[in-house]
Ligand binder design. Structure first.
Ligand SMILES: NC(=O)C1=CN([C@@H]2O[C@H](COP(=O)(O)OP(=O)(O)OC[C@H]3O[C@@H](n4cnc5c(N)ncnc54)[C@H](OP(=O)(O)O)[C@@H]3O)[C@@H](O)[C@H]2O)C=CC1
Ligand SMILES: C[C@H]1O[C@H](OP(=O)(O)OP(=O)(O)OC[C@H]2O[C@@H](n3cnc4c(=O)[nH]c(N)nc43)[C@H](O)[C@@H]2O)[C@@H](O)[C@@H](O)C1=O
Length: 330
């Protein structure tokens, strides 16, 4: 494992400054997803005028030759890699081949093409599932690769760990300014509300909403309710992504979290209240709990001067409004 001592000073601004380069071409990969759409909103609000955006059907990032041709033709200066195969505990357990292969292909193609075409800075998005199942809490960046992973998402985690290592290797060998951000569990507008394949928060929002609409007496929630999760609003993540693009240029990945955790039982009660469902909750113990706890240590990023803003209760209310306006009304 490469020593993290080789990190550049964390607060040293990238050169040239990302934020003083608002007419530069920025490729936001996966711009219609939860994260990519929030990054686009953030960059547009900051006055970035030259965003390079392609849907999955316009550019399949698993196709190496298409990705190489795209980078050769477009020559983006900055890349934010938020395209990935993403899903909750059920999707990760059901489609392990997709989660490892699609993610390895996307990140390998994009990172390699970025280097070949002269990209100045790239930000890769991983996930808190890279850490060992029983990592000491809160989880610091140096817990990586110290013990076995959580089995329900090890395929995805291995791909994400490879992405971190690829950024490090390309920095060392080729001088590519590639940084990696590891967000905790995210939520917000443009999330995936699929009943089985999504993450817990949008899944429960939909389930409580539909139960309320049909006057059901109860809603089924998976597992025991005891696992702890840390939730971060995606607008806070987008803010952190821009912060890192501006302020960080180092070898180590950087945790991005809210610092606050809730049990799944507490989350279910909060979502139920946000939606206004008045029935009961029935727990389904045949469904997996996944990792018992994964609170990340955010002191590295906090030490650079970044802090989250959105409280979970407020974020839930805003996300439910988005769901009503954009999913239910369609
Ligand atoms: N959601 C979460 O809770 C967390 C997410 N992350 C990370 O953030 C990143 C983004 O996740 P999130 O926004 O939630 O995911 P989404 O599923 O919401 O969005 C993924 C995006 O990737 C695009 N995409 C997928 N496959 C391809 C492909 N082969 N070629 C081109 N584009 C593709 C999709 O395009 P299209 O819409 O056109 O199909 C979509 O826009 C991921 O790296 C994930 O690991 C990390 C921690 C938690
Ligand atoms: C972001 C992260 O997301 C995934 O990990 P996870 O945190 O375990 O994700 P999850 O949101 O799917 O579940 C959280 C908890 O919630 C419980 N739970 C209850 N009821 C529902 C439910 O209805 N749906 C889901 N999905 N979970 C439910 C569920 O049983 C579990 O205890 C990784 O695969 C990986 O992709 C990753 O990085």
């Amino acid at each position: 494992m490469v020593s993290l001592d080789q990190d550049a000073p964390p607060a040293a601004p990238a050169s040239p400054s990302f934020l003083s380069d608002r007419s530069a071409k920025v490729f936001v990969a996966g711009h219609r997803g939860l994260v990519g759409s929030a990054v686009v909103r953030k960059l547009q609000s900051l006055g970035f005028t030259n965003l390079l955006l392609r849907t999955h059907s316009e550019l399949d990032l698993t196709r190496q030759s298409a990705v190489e041709a795209f980078f050769a033709a477009e020559r983006p200066k900055y890349v934010i890699l938020s395209a990935a195969k993403v899903g909750g505990i059920h999707a990760n357990s059901t489609y392990p081949a997709d989660f490892i292969s699609v993610n390895l292909m996307i990140q390998t193609n994009v990172i390699d093409a970025s280097r070949r075409s002269g990209v100045e800075k790239l930000l890769f998005l991983g996930s808190s599932c890279i850490y060992p199942k029983f990592a000491p809490q809160p989880i610091t960046e140096d817990s990586l690769l110290t013990a076995p992973l959580e089995p329900t998402n090890e395929w995805y985690a291995i791909a994400k760990i490879s992405g971190i290592k690829m950024c490090q290797a390309y920095r060392i060998q080729h001088g590519l300014d590639a940084v990696s951000a590891m967000p905790t569990n995210l939520y917000g507008p443009c999330d995936n509300f699929h009943p089985e394949n999504s993450h817990v928060l949008p899944a429960l929002m939909r389930r409580f909403h539909e139960a309320k609409a049909r006057g059901a007496e109860s809603v089924v929630v998976w597992g025991s309710g005891s696992p702890l999760r840390e939730f971060l609003h995606v607008d806070d993540l987008a803010d952190a992504v821009v912060f890192l693009m501006e302020n960080y240029s180092g070898l180590s990945h950087v945790n991005v979290g809210s610092g606050k955790e809730v049990t799944i039982k507490e989350l279910a009660e909060m979502v139920k209240e946000a939606v206004g469902f008045e029935g009961g909750i029935v727990w389904d113990p045949t469904k997996p709990d996944g990792t018992p706890r994964k609170l990340m240590d955010g002191s590295k990023l906090a030490g650079m001067g970044w802090a989250p803003r959105v409280e979970l209760k407020e974020g839930l209310a805003e996300t439910y409004k988005w769901y009503l306006d954009n999913v239910v009304k369609q």
